[in-house]
Ligand binder design. Structure first.
Ligand SMILES: Cc1cc2nc3c(=O)[nH]c(=O)nc-3n(C[C@H](O)[C@H](O)[C@H](O)COP(=O)(O)OP(=O)(O)OC[C@H]3O[C@@H](n4cnc5c(N)ncnc54)[C@H](O)[C@@H]3O)c2cc1C
Length: 244
């Protein structure tokens, strides 16, 4: 079996390494100290196609394979783990579920801008009372007319204070796994960024709590099937392991 990297994979490594050496490493210490979000890195990563590495080109991505994606995250993290995490969340936790579970309209509206690097995305599963046992979440979503109304608090959401879209999860039934996935535009009424964590490491990657206070999102922003969100969350994290 030939484990040699292909020319495209080698080219990906050279290209990401060049960006990291010129633009990430020289500023890494300063961003880590200040805990400021590195907007310049995010802009450049987006322009280089690093937010949608494995997303097909027709949806704005780079259309590369999983090995190229792993190389991308490895090279970014070599310079600063925060750069790796910012990209890994956009790729693995936002593009991936939109690509696998989104319908055509959702992909056009939300996947394309993230994959093109125009938007940053975030993923909100964890809550103050539910981490490993994610199905114990307390955030609820109720359908009122043509809108879902979400109430609850999410914690440790990476990228969320600078994101335009969040893949979020909420309880839609009484049974433990009756959870659904939602595409949440961060300009939704009732969405707010609460506390920013003061972390010991990867400090340039922002990690925040989110409040959903009677937050209203369109009915069509349900991602995948009703009550199937827990499966989506777990499937997303399986793929997300490549990057995180
Ligand atoms: C930097 C950072 C970024 C993050 N980004 C995101 C994000 O973008 N989106 C998001 O939704 N979440 C995010 N998280 C949250 C992360 O997914 C949770 O921290 C994780 O799920 C663990 O939850 P917890 O911290 O509540 O720990 P707990 O679940 O309370 O676990 C604490 C300890 O108990 C152990 N433990 C738990 N259950 C058992 C058991 N049944 N048996 C034995 N041991 C057990 C665990 O292994 C761990 O050592 C982030 C966290 C960090 C630190």
């Amino acid at each position: 079996m030939d484990f040699a990297l292909t020319e495209t994979q080698e080219m990906t490594r050279r290209s990401v390494r060049g960006f990291v050496e010129q633009e990430v490493i020289p500023h890494s210490r300063a961003f880590d100290d200040s805990q400021e979000f590195p907007h310049a890195w995010a802009k450049k990563m987006g322009e280089l196609g690093l937010f949608g590495v494995f997303v097909p080109e027709k949806y704005g991505g780079s259309g590369l394979d999983s090995i190229s994606y792993a190389i991308t995250i490895e090279e970014l993290s070599r310079g600063d783990a925060s750069a790796g995490v910012i990209a890994a969340v956009c790729n693995g936790l936002v593009c991936e579920p939109l690509l696998r579970f989104g319908n055509e309209e959702q992909m056009r509206k939300y996947l394309v801008p993230v994959a093109r690097g125009e938007w940053i995305g975030a993923y909100a599963l964890t809550e103050p009372g539910s981490g490993s046992d994610a199905a114990a979440m307390r955030t609820t979503a109720e359908l009122e007319g043509d809108e879902w109304v979400l109430n609850g608090t999410k914690s440790f959401a990476t990228n969320a204070s600078v994101a335009r879209v969040v893949i979020g999860y909420a309880r839609t039934g009484q049974k433990k796994h009756e959870i659904s996935a939602f595409i949440i535009p961060t300009d939704a009424d009732g969405f707010s960024v609460l506390k920013k964590e003061d972390k010991m490491g990867i400090r340039a990657s922002d990690t925040v709590s989110l409040g959903f206070d009677h937050m209203r999102i369109p009915k069509e922003n349900l991602l995948g099937e009703l009550h199937k969100g827990f499966t989506i969350a777990m499937a997303t994290l399986d793929g997300g392991r490549i990057g995180i």
